[in-house]
Write a protein that binds this ligand. Structure first.
Ligand SMILES: [Zn+2]
Length: 402
């Protein structure tokens, strides 16, 4: 391509991106409003209502992200967590086994506290330039695979278009072209960025951080920043948030799960803290071979996730909210910006919630309320609000899905 044509081409991409980001701002019209509903107690008892620190009033949130869009996410991690047939050994184009153990998984679950089980979900940080359908033994995901995981509630995060890190990279277009690519192929807009790792100028990450935050991203996972554990018992400063990324990686030793046990010990120490926290970790591949020595071998990954499910999921104390980054971010964002009021008249309580203007890109608009009363209750809603509750059983939880 001649330089002139390249310039015109770049101008077209820029032009379309600019009008595209304007469109996001204009479409962002879910204006602030007030919603209300009634709680009817079975017996007269004083009620207390507070917003839950975490969705479903879980004790801790745990987010796990797979970087680079490797195919093992679909061949092994997705069926293990969501339920389904895990791939047998599968040697990919780089001659590395990115399959799993060929078993069928029932899925790994926590509950919503109201009798429904919810599968563990992860985030995928992807590069649009590497998503493809061929060759047969490709190492990266295809668009349809990414779409299937997205539709199952997995979050898709921007990891730059080419995963470029070296000197001379146009960091701005790495950010924006990936946004366009995912919008064009999957029809949604990513809103969180994960800085690609690799060799580069020591300051390249700041280029990514700044360009991502200035071009439609709410947060960036980078080398240094807040976290990986965040306290969420009071207001969390989410504005232009930059987080530190830590990786769970397999060691050379394949004879036992000692390395995984060490990582699990950290999770356990967070799960046992008295107040609610949000912890987040990353890895790359989850297939049998330790891809680029930056991954979890499938047996390690299975052991790790199954242990978490057995201890903190539905089969254990059910204290985990195993949800990807964007889902937790959006819950906390909304939680910190609503205003809940209630007025009690004997057995009848009117609850009013003032909502902020919610960004159009949000996938989740859920509000969990903790209810304190000895009485069972029912919800009466005059409008089309979607409200779940455990009023007839534990009388502790209300979930509003906007
Ligand atoms: Zn990466």
């Amino acid at each position: 391509m001649s330089k002139q044509i390249l310039l015109i081409f770049t101008a077209i991409i820029f032009g379309s991106f600019n009008s595209f980001s304007n469109e996001i701002i204009e479409k962002d019209s879910s204006k602030s409003k007030t919603i209300s509903f009634k709680i009817k107690l079975k017996s007269a008892d004083k009620i207390k209502i507070v917003v839950s620190s975490l969705k479903y009033n879980k004790h801790f949130a745990y987010s796990f992200t797979l970087d680079d869009g490797y195919r093992s996410a679909y061949l092994t991690a997705f069926p293990l967590l969501n339920g389904g047939k895990i791939s047998n050994s599968s040697i990919n184009e780089w001659k590395i086994d990115q399959g799993g153990d060929g078993t069928t998984s029932e899925g790994l679950f926590y509950s919503d506290g109201m009798g429904n089980k919810i599968p563990f979900k992860l985030g995928l940080a992807i590069n649009g330039a590497s998503i493809r359908d061929l060759p047969e033994n490709r190492g990266h995901l295809s668009w349809s695979e990414v779409k299937e995981m997205y539709n199952a509630g997995w979050d898709i995060l921007n990891h730059s278009f080419h995963h470029f890190t070296k000197l001379g990279t146009n960091f701005l277009t790495e950010v924006t072209e990936n946004t366009i690519s995912i919008k064009q192929n999957l029809n949604f807009t990513m809103s969180h960025f994960v800085v690609p790792g690799g060799e580069g100028d020591p300051n390249y990450r700041y280029e990514y951080e700044n360009n991502a935050l200035e071009n439609g991203h709410f947060s960036v996972a980078s080398y240094t920043g807040v976290g990986p554990m965040l306290k969420v018992d009071s207001k969390v400063n989410l504005d232009k948030m930059i987080t530190a990324r830590t990786f769970v990686l397999s060691s050379k030793d394949t004879t036992n799960f000692k390395t995984m046990d060490r990582f699990l010990k950290t999770v356990d120490s967070i799960a046992k803290l008295p107040n609610p926290n949000w912890y987040n970790e990353f890895t790359h591949g989850t297939g049998n071979g330790n891809l680029w020595n930056l991954s979890m071998r499938f047996p390690d990954f299975k052991y790790y996730m199954t242990t978490l499910a057995d201890k903190y999921g539905l089969k254990g104390n059910d204290s985990i909210w195993m949800a990807p980054w964007q889902e937790v971010y959006e819950y906390i964002w909304l939680r910190d910006r609503i205003k809940v009021d209630f007025q009690q008249k004997n057995k009848e309580i009117t609850v009013t919630i003032q909502l902020p203007k919610i960004p159009e890109m949000f996938r989740n608009r859920d509000i969990s309320l903790n209810i304190e009363t000895r009485s069972k209750f029912e919800i009466e809603s005059s409008n089309d609000l979607k409200i779940k509750n455990d009023g007839k059983t534990n009388h502790k939880l209300i979930l509003i899905q906007l």
